[in-house]
Design a protein around this ligand. Structure first.
Ligand SMILES: Nc1ncnc2c1ncn2[C@@H]1O[C@H](COP(=O)(O)OP(=O)(O)OP(=O)(O)O)[C@@H](O)[C@H]1O
Ligand SMILES: [Mg+2]
Length: 147
């Protein structure tokens, strides 16, 4: 297992970490993304998408909780478990695909499906806070675990 810990000071730095991670991916991979509301999971996902060569505009998956993109060198399935709307049939359908599967709110995943899925890569994004618990506006800590 390889663990990488980085601090970013802007959304574009977070984007770039996703971009660099994805540019090394060329086989089916499950990425579990976790972190509080608004930490930057979707920005990270946009970086991943661009790093996979995807040209389409990446938006937060809302209605069915799943977006799919096919314009890169490997398909990207982008899921969001915040509202827990994704059903098991959909999940099975997508996990059989030869794709990168990126799951936002991965912390909700195993409880929804009563599984113990371990992604190939986990990414946890955290707010940085001072000693009075005040959030440092544009700073995030990103913890990446591979394998
Ligand atoms: N260092 C940083 N990295 C990422 N985002 C940052 C950073 N600093 C500030 N931001 C801001 O934080 C917000 C992150 O939004 P984003 O939608 O990516 O979060 P999210 O974790 O996907 O939220 P949600 O939990 O609602 O899905 C953006 O408004 C972005 O500009
Ligand atoms: Mg999001």
């Amino acid at each position: 297992m390889k663990k990488i810990v980085e601090v970013t000071k802007s959304p574009s730095e977070t984007f770039n970490i996703g971009f660099n991670l994805a540019s090394k991916i060329n086989s089916p991979t499950i990425i579990g993304l976790s972190g509080e509301l608004g930490t930057g999971k979707t920005i990270f996902a946009k970086g991943v998408a661009e790093g996979l060569g995807i040209k389409e505009l990446i938006t937060s998956p809302t209605f069915l909780g799943i977006n799919e993109y096919y314009s890169g060198h490997i398909p990207l399935i982008h899921m969001d478990f915040y509202k827990k709307v994704i059903n098991k049939e959909n999940l099975d359908f997508y996990t059989k695909k030869n794709a990168v599967i990126l799951i936002e709110w991965f912390e909700n995943f195993n409880s929804v499906f009563n599984t113990n899925l371990k992604p190939n890569i986990t990414v946890h994004i955290k707010y940085l806070r001072d000693q009075n618990d005040i959030i440092h506006d544009n700073e995030r800590q990103i913890i990446i675990e591979i394998g």
